[in-house]
Design a protein around this ligand. Structure first.
Ligand SMILES: Nc1ncnc2c1ncn2[C@@H]1O[C@H](COP(=O)(O)OP(=O)(O)OP(=O)(O)O)[C@@H](O)[C@H]1O
Ligand SMILES: [Mg+2]
Length: 350
């Protein structure tokens, strides 16, 4: 039964009850029939008037309930962008506010779910592609070595080096995928340790020594001695530094220089890596922090990674409550930087 019909029924019953009781009273009072009819008509009129007033007063309530039911129907059919007017009596207002809150939360959660699904299918497509290239090159080099068709020791060494570098790419990719799935599943919580930035930098740079020597890159390090211990998650920040330096080395021509700075800037520590590579076109400077984004579009190109490094770095820096960015004129060289607060201010991930 509709609320309106229920209200009409309740009003009619109460009106009939009043009329019956009043009529009995009038009869018992020995009032003349004319007066009884008149009094009954007055009572009926008053009853109908109160009935009308009652319906007018309760109509916003009915309207709100109807609106909520209509919007809930839209939600049921998959449209979560719904809102109801928060008007009427207090309880209905509260109900409408809760309804609006619920619909926006559902819309948000549904968006996250869609985003995560999209990411997973992108991840599978891109990762399988990125696994195939090094795997097929490892396969062909190992087959050649296995068949003993490479006799020249120099060529054999070159083949082994290629296999080594391809396996390196594979393990980097697997590491990145694991890291990303950890970030995606919100398993990474804010758990900082006071850490000396210089030590972290030395550890990070150490990994690149052979590469730096091979490319004859001149590395300059500027370090601010007044830097205190910084509250951070060392393995993760090392991951960001590694990605900056790795990118800079990949895109730097041989014999160029690499400037690494770790300085105090207001209440923040700023870490930056400046290379003399080809730079980043201005219109792509925001996009490179998105997942899988690469300036060089062809994923078949030798070198270049899967385009996950900077997006992982961005997530890590955001967990620390810091900021990350790039400066480049789009032609010659780029500076990648991140800033971290010197005070503990990272956030627990959801
Ligand atoms: N120092 C740099 N100079 C020029 N281009 C850069 C530099 N650093 C990053 N880029 C551009 O930004 C893109 C995204 O970098 P990102 O580190 O996210 O991915 P990647 O290095 O391609 O792969 P991954 O880090 O996952 O192995 C790179 O593919 C490259 O096009
Ligand atoms: Mg990278």
């Amino acid at each position: 039964m509709k609320i309106r019909s229920l209200l009409i029924l309740a009003n009619t019953i109460s009106l009939v009850v009043i009329l019956v009781f009043l009529s009995i009273s009038y009869v018992k009072m020995f009032i003349s029939p004319d007066i009884i009819i008149l009094l009954s008509l007055i009572t009926l009129g008053a009853g109908l008037l109160s009935f009308g007033i009652h319906l007018t007063i309760t109509s916003p309530l009915l309207k709100s309930v109807k609106q909520m039911s209509k919007e809930a129907g839209k939600m049921a059919s998959g449209d979560f962008d719904v809102k109801v007017t928060e008007a009427g009596p207090l309880e209905i207002k509260e109900l409408a506010a809760n309804f609006n809150h619920m619909s926006s939360r559902i819309e948000e959660m549904f968006g996250e779910l869609k985003e995560s699904e999209k990411f997973k299918s992108e991840l599978i497509a891109n990762v399988s592609h990125d696994l195939r290239t090094p795997l097929s090159s490892i396969h062909s080099f190992v087959s050649a070595l296995n068949d003993d068709i490479i006799e020249d020791p120099k060529d054999r060494k070159r083949y082994f080096e290629t296999i080594l570098s391809e396996t390196g790419k594979l393990s980097l990719l697997i590491e990145e995928v694991l890291e990303f799935s950890q970030l995606e599943n919100r398993k990474l919580s804010w758990n900082p340790h006071p850490t000396p930035i210089d030590q972290l930098l030395i550890d990070t740079l150490g990994q690149f020594e052979p590469r730096i020597q091979e490319k004859e890159i001149h590395v300059k390090v500027e370090y601010d001695d007044s830097l205190p211990l910084v509250p951070l998650m060392p393995l993760h920040i090392k991951r960001v530094m590694t990605n900056f330096i790795q990118n800079a080395l990949s895109f730097s021509p041989d014999h160029t220089s690499l400037d690494i700075r770790a300085v105090k800037k207001e209440e923040q520590v700023e870490f930056s890596v400046t290379d003399q590579g080809k730079g980043i076109p201005i219109e792509e400077q925001d996009s490179i922090f998105e997942r899988f984004y690469r300036v060089e579009k062809s994923r078949n190109k030798a070198g270049g990674g899967s385009g996950l490094g900077l997006s992982i770095s961005k997530e890590i820096i955001e967990i620390h409550g810091g900021s990350i960015g790039v400066e480049s004129d789009g032609q010659s060289g780029s500076t990648f930087w991140f800033q971290l607060p010197l005070e503990k201010s990272g956030e627990e991930r959801r």
